[in-house]
Design a binder for this molecule. Structure first.
Ligand code: HH2
Length: 276
């Protein structure tokens, strides 16, 4: 169970996290949700389709993406957040590595911080989450979005990602974040080859064994395109479905997805098998 300002989020069944990017350059939905009214419609549609959380971001973290200054990130994010907050009641997470942006979003009604740097990019982030008593998603990434796909390298990717996230969870707790407010994420596609991503999915149980809820983001990602002979993001639906089903089979409790309705069907079947 995650306690959020918008109410409890029960994790005894898998929760779908709908992706809304208020960015011009995200790899899959870039440019589509910059307009607040369109974003609010998309948010309402995702919730109607079964999303129990919405994840709002204003800085693309796709490989090679250029960083965005905090002021620009806030300018993109806040009008969309206001509109989405007014349109839905589910918890909203804010996908940012900057404490200043997270604080503005929490003040405007966001409930959860999703930090792809796991609190490393900004020393003020974990203390902020502690002070505000909000859940935080801590994600593994090797390198930075600008460079991470250049030459990802691990001796044992599963052991290293698990150890890193265990250490970041401890850092969160030392900063005052409650243990039950921490979610871990292996960071699929963030400084990983196809083989690294496959190992992390197949051995997700190792990460789940740390005892924190695990969030997985595979939706339409590059490794799926590569496994399918170079398909573009829009044609990765069934590949995404396969990866989601496997994530559920290996213990993921939150799934970050673009296509909520399709993911809901996948989860219904995958979860039924996992709980037989
Ligand atoms: N993936 C992306 C962005 N944020 N956050 C978490 N916790 N886990 C993820 O796997 C993750 C994430 C990248 O996907 P997307 O938001 O669709 O694209 P972009 O970064 O280009 O905006």
């Amino acid at each position: 169970m995650l306690h959020t300002r918008s109410g409890p989020l029960a994790l005894d069944r898998v929760a779908l996290v709908g992706i809304l990017n208020a960015t011009p350059d995200s790899f899959s939905d870039g440019g589509r949700h910059l307009d607040p009214a369109r974003a609010a419609d998309a948010a309402a549609e995702m919730v109607a389709a079964g999303a129990r959380v919405l994840d709002l971001g204003a800085e693309s973290t796709r490989p090679g993406a250029t960083p965005v200054a905090a002021g620009e990130e806030r300018r993109r994010l806040l009008p969309v957040l206001d509109a989405v907050r007014a349109a839905v009641r589910v918890p909203i997470s804010v996908d940012t590595t900057k404490a200043e942006v997270a604080r503005a979003a929490l003040d405007a009604g966001a409930d959860i911080v999703n930090d792809v740097s796991a609190g490393r990019a900004d020393a003020a982030m974990l203390p902020l989450c502690a002070r505000e008593r909000v859940p935080v998603v801590l994600m593994h990434m090797q390198g930075t979005p600008a460079t991470m796909q250049a030459a990802p390298c691990y001796a044992d990717v599963v052991a290293e990602v698990t150890a890193f996230l265990g250490a970041r969870a401890r850092a969160g707790e030392e900063a005052g974040v409650a243990r039950d407010a921490i979610v871990l994420d292996p960071g699929i596609g963030f400084g990983k080859t196809v083989a690294h991503n496959l190992s992390l999915l197949a051995d997700l149980d190792s990460l789940v064994a740390l005892g924190y809820p695990v969030l997985v983001g595979v939706s339409r990602k590059g490794f799926i395109g590569q496994l399918l002979g170079g398909r573009p993001p829009a044609d990765r639906l069934l590949g995404t479905a396969a990866a989601l089903a496997l994530a559920v089979a290996h213990g993921a409790q939150l799934l970050r997805v673009h296509g909520v309705a399709a993911a809901r069907d996948v989860v219904a079947v995958a979860e039924a098998v996992a709980r037989r």
